[in-house]
Write a protein that binds this ligand. Structure first.
Ligand code: 5GP
Ligand code: ZN
Length: 115
């Protein structure tokens, strides 16, 4: 998807603070963090949102979730973290490339609850 900002990050066309990358998954810090730890994990494949998930995406989405867990551990989210997937208009999704937010750190988690 040539007009998708996260596809451009995958392609290296725009910069991002990458945390982890393999053939199918990319994790990077959110450009506008709401908490000391706020990163995004995406499938490299352009899937617009959680509403478009199909059975053939099960393997890559498993990898997205395991990467999120492992990175949260590595970033010392020992007291837990919030995992958010905004979907579509009702979910107030802003970037239409499926992504999992991982938000950790003390006492600021309500900031992710959109109004
Ligand atoms: P959502 O679509 O779930 O509402 O949120 C999209 C998230 O992507 C926001 O938290 C926003 O800060 C982040 N974001 C948007 N554009 C960029 C970008 O170019 N780079 C990075 N690292 N994050 C971005
Ligand atoms: Zn995309």
């Amino acid at each position: 998807m040539s007009d998708c900002i996260f596809c451009k990050i995958v392609a290296g066309d725009i910069p991002a603070k990458k945390i982890y990358e393999d053939e199918q998954v990319l994790a990077f810090h959110d450009i506008n963090p709401v908490s000391p730890v706020h990163f995004l994990v995406i499938p490299k494949l352009h899937i617009p949102s959680m509403a478009e998930l199909q059975p053939e995406h099960e393997a890559v989405m498993g990898k997205v979730m395991t990467a999120a867990s492992r990175i949260a551990r590595e970033l010392r989210c020992t007291d837990g973290f919030r995992t958010i997937v905004n979907t579509g208009r009702v979910g107030r999704q802003e970037v239409y490339h499926l992504h999992v937010h991982v938000v950790g750190g003390p006492d600021v988690l309500p900031a992710m609850l959109k109004r």
